[in-house]
Design a protein around this ligand. Sequence first.
Ligand code: HEC
Length: 133
Amino acid sequence: MKISRLFQWGVILASSAPMPLFAVTGIETYQAVCAVCHGPGLNGAPKLGDKAQWAPLIKEPPAQLIGHGYVGVRAMPPKGGKPDLSVSDFANAVVYMVNQSGGKWTEPNEKMLIQINKEIKKREASISSSKKP
Ligand code: HEC
């Protein structure tokens, strides 16, 4: 192997150090976590590829749709029912479903993730205040 090639790998390893060790893609998370419901449309879950069902959701600001989904919406369980699912893995799975269903979203960058986390905080706060007597 040429030195330049070794150097390239070094850069890749060094720059990927702060990333989670086993980052998964949107499609992987979708298949592992979301497909049970969003494949067949269980309990009214918007079905993958159903443009009519997804159209109104795709009109929402991405940070809002992702943030609300992450906290849970009616029959949609928080984090898709996987308690250790990260915000970015969840977001990538939403982007995957949107893009299979007539939308054209991009996976969130750092700035977008901050927006999503704000939506999550807002949503959690409104839920906990509505539960107070
Ligand atoms: C146990 C079944 C189930 C699983 C698993 C599940 N969902 Fe859902 N999801 C639902 C249902 C049901 C709805 C419709 C909720 C409603 O509108 O009542 C929904 C709605 C949504 C919505 C729209 C929320 C809105 O604001 O209307 C998004 C986005 C979403 N799911 C993303 C995901 C992602 C991403 C995953 C996997 C990480 C996932 N879901 C896993 C059942 C599920």
